[in-house]
Design a protein around this ligand. Structure first.
Ligand code: NI
Length: 167
């Protein structure tokens, strides 16, 4: 197991579009273990491979209060998104300390492969639905900050750059 380095916004590598996983092999399973460890160590509820500079369609999510219910989605595809939306506050391990409101579909249906390479589908609402949409966005090279106003994006970039210099 290993902790992976998480790319920080506005790192241009966060804008890379991830490629589908051709085969769920031991390398992918190792990546998943490392991503899960990295997410839990950073107290995050979701992490996309894009954020650890691996540009393949893999996400891990754990929205449980006990941080013990890991969900793994390989090649995730949103097959249904409700027209009904909700506003909720989001944050991101790639944009630490920044939280803002984003509008997302209230309910989604997702198809993906599991760690055995088998296709499955789930329906989600609430926090899990928000998290799924946030992580699938990462695989498309999109960060939640991209939904905010140009002014807010500029402020966040300035804040992140100052912080990077301070480190
Ligand atoms: Ni994120």
């Amino acid at each position: 197991m290993a902790l992976l380095n998480i790319l920080r916004y506005p790192d241009p590598r966060l804008y890379t579009v991830a490629q589908p996983v051709a085969e769920v092999d031991t390398r992918i399973r190792q990546l998943i273990r490392d991503m899960a460890e990295t997410m839990h160590a950073a107290s995050g509820i979701g992490l996309a491979a894009t954020q650890v500079n691996v540009h393949q369609r893999v996400i891990v999510i754990d929205v449980s209060e006990t941080r013990s219910q890991l969900q793994v989605f390989i090649n995730p595809e949103l097959i249904e998104t409700s027209e009904q939306t909700r506003l909720s506050e989001e944050g991101c391990l790639s944009v630490p300390g920044i939280y803002d409101t984003v509008e997302r579909s209230e309910r989604v249906r997702l198809r993906a492969l599991n760690e055995e390479g088998k296709t499955f589908e789930i329906s989600a609402d609430g926090l899990l639905a928000v998290c799924i949409q946030h992580e699938v966005d990462h695989l498309k090279g999109k960060v939640f900050v991209d939904y905010l106003s140009a002014l807010k994006q500029m402020r966040i970039k300035t804040k992140m750059k100052k912080r990077a210099h301070a480190r």
